[in-house]
Write a protein of this length. Structure first.
Length: 49
C-alpha cells in the first residue's frame, strides 16, 4: 500500500525524481554563485578603502 501511494504521488517515478534533483541542484548552484559574487564584492570594496 505504501509503495503504491508513493508511486501515485510521483515519488516512485524516476523522471519526476530526476527533475526535482536537477531543480534542487540548480537552486544550490545559483545560491553559491550569489554568495561568491557577494564575497568578491565585499573583498573589492575592502581593498579599495
Amino acid at each position: 500500500m505504501v509503495c503504491r501511494a508513493a508511486t501515485i504521488e510521483g515519488l516512485g517515478d524516476p523522471n519526476v525524481q530526476e527533475s526535482k534533483l536537477i531543480i534542487h541542484e540548480l537552486g544550490i548552484l545559483m545560491w553559491l554563485n550569489s554568495l561568491v559574487a557577494r564575497m568578491l564584492l565585499v573583498l573589492r570594496l575592502k581593498t579599495h578603502h
